[in-house]
Design a protein. Structure first.
Length: 277
């Protein structure tokens, strides 16, 4: 079980809206190691320009494991998705996802599927959109399986997409795709917005869960606002979850301040709940 922080690789466009530590990777790894983090989750766009050997060296030097690689910038920066009406754009979304799978495989990490799944659009029927999604999910799962990469489908708030907003919808899609390496992940920020009962939802769909994102209800660092992270982490522990907890938060007041605030709030809770030293 690890406390992790999201890190943007240098190929990701620098922005105040990015929910990750930004800058040279060596500086990000050093800063997060000093704050007591156990691992990182990468936000990347063009993994082919990155050196896996250098990243492994940084993992070893700072004791931080890369646990997951995000696909979000394929949509965020390029607007590509698996459910685009345009055949070539769907194909490009898949091609870029396969590059990220290769990158994740080299680092023994998972990948996630967030906004790249796309959304319901007027140009397509609901059935067509879902069929494109299922086809894409099976394609990437089958590509990832022999490489040992698990895929985590993320339920995302209606404020960002109108497709797969709740854990019930995500779990139904996982069942429909029917691939053992295609599961779901739980982002507490989204769950707090979309689930009637956050804790009941975590319990009900725990068997599907392979990764967790943490943020307070204003997307700032845990402990900044109103969510009860003692109860949240205890619920995950009671369901048997023992994987990574990654903060995905606005970098406010700044990167180091956000990372420090999250660590100072979460580490004592993790010690109490999971018995970590």
């Amino acid at each position: 079980m690890r406390l992790c922080y999201q890190v943007a690789t240098p190929d990701v466009a620098v922005s105040d809206d990015v929910t990750a530590y930004q800058g040279p990777l060596a500086e990000s790894f050093r800063a997060l190691a000093e704050l007591g983090y156990d691992g990182v989750e990468f936000m990347t766009l063009n993994p082919s320009v990155l050196s896996v050997e250098e990243i492994k060296r940084l993992e070893e030097a700072y004791g931080l494991k890369v646990v997951l690689v995000c696909t979000g910038e394929i949509f965020g920066q390029l607007g590509l998705s698996y459910t685009d009406p345009d055949t070539e754009r769907r194909a490009e979304a898949l091609r870029r996802t396969k590059e990220i799978i290769d990158f994740a495989a080299a680092l023994n990490a998972k990948i996630n599927i967030g906004r790249i799944r796309g959304q319901y659009r007027r140009e397509l029927t609901k059935e067509e959109t879902e069929a494109y999604a299922v086809e894409a999910f099976r394609t990437i799962a089958d590509y990832a399986a022999p490489k040992g990469v698990d895929i985590a489908l993320e339920s995302v708030t209606i404020m960002q997409t109108n497709f797969i907003n709740t854990l019930a919808e995500a779990a139904a899609m996982v069942d429909r795709v029917d691939r053992p390496n295609f599961r779901l992940m739980m982002d507490v920020f989204h769950l707090n917005l979309e689930e009637k009962d956050l804790f009941a939802a975590i319990r009900r769909y725990s068997d599907y869960n392979i990764h967790v994102h943490l943020a307070d209800n204003n997307r700032r660092y845990p402990g900044h606002c109103g969510l009860d992270f003692e109860k949240i982490l205890r619920t995950f522990h009671e369901t048997g979850y023992d994987g990574a907890f990654t903060t995905e938060i606005y970098q406010i007041p700044d990167m180091k301040g956000a990372a420090r605030g999250a660590a100072e709030h979460l580490r004592p809770i993790l010690r109490r709940v999971y018995g970590e030293t």
